[in-house]
Design a protein around this ligand. Sequence first.
Ligand SMILES: NC(=O)c1ccc[n+]([C@@H]2O[C@H](COP(=O)([O-])OP(=O)(O)OC[C@H]3O[C@@H](n4cnc5c(N)ncnc54)[C@H](O)[C@@H]3O)[C@@H](O)[C@H]2O)c1
Length: 327
Amino acid sequence: MNILVTGAAGFIGFHLADRLARDGHRVVGVDNLNDYYSTALKQARWGRLRHLRVETLDIADLPAMESLFARERFTHVVHLAAQAGVRHSVTHPHAYSHSNLTGFLNVLDLCQRYAVEHLLYASSSSVYGRQATLPFRETDPADHPASIYAATKRANEMMAYSYADLHRLPATGMRFFTVYGPWGRPDMAPCLFAGSLLRGEPIEIFNHGRMARDFTYIDDVVESIVRLLPRAPSREGLAPHEIYNIGRGSPVALLDFVETLERTLGIAAIKRFKPMQPGDVERTWADTQKLQATVGYTPTVSLETGIRSFVDWLLDYRGLLLEEVAA
Ligand SMILES: NC(=O)c1ccc[n+]([C@@H]2O[C@H](COP(=O)([O-])OP(=O)(O)OC[C@H]3O[C@@H](n4cnc5c(N)ncnc54)[C@H](O)[C@@H]3O)[C@@H](O)[C@H]2O)c1
């Protein structure tokens, strides 16, 4: 396959681009290396992708994207570039239209015009909002987003569906559930909590600890994407568009998560209990039956194993996370 990975200097994109190139595919990675979090971390990931082609490029820049597609003639596109972060979207809503709406439309339109065989794109568990029915199923309604981030991700699903229906562009949306692991994001709980523990500072526990997340280890996410890649949706008479939950299917209470981190680091946390944050949801929990039925795989890595490799990485590389984590 001749594959474009957008957001390749990001957490998931870095791991995926690396794996695809090692599997023998031709891979081009693009990223604009923006400063939403430590650019040193993004540069370090970038530097480790020497075995594939990487380009610094903004997906919202249509002429630059057009020349990339015209030159490279990709067969497959995995679109992971986005402005991520639920909480950031409450205070910086405009950051989300550039990458998640304009940028996404560029990717969609170019995939259609250059006859890409399969577009896989990142959606999010946040599209389920504060839904009470658990676990979350792909067939559940997802029309009450609790943040503008979630709204842009749901909009991406609608946009992709319309291209699939109108232009027969085969597209697959992946609703990721709290991905963690080595080279992870400094704005997410594992890095934030571990950083505070290492610095001996208190950690903020929102909703007084009444929270649960379906933490999903990065290698499980990459394996799921690799298996979905050759399976372009094609349904007679229907839009070739599918959506999958990519989650472990086993929610972890926030306080149990903190305890695992404390045990692994050998440091006791100083906890500050806080009210629920605007835009946040109490629980996430993926129903993984559809993924299992299609690709014969369900994420399996346990929290203990995943946190162990995350912590091993963090202790070696914490300098890269600058003020976010550096002890
Ligand atoms: N990590 C998770 O738990 C999680 C959960 C749900 C959904 N997602 C989604 O998965 C995708 C990957 O997430 P991640 O955790 O790797 O995030 P990330 O922020 O580490 O990676 C995204 C990358 O996209 C790049 N980018 C942003 N805007 C761009 C633009 N306009 N042009 C080019 N590059 C741009 C960023 O520089 C970054 O390197 C995102 O779409 C995110 O919304 C992630």
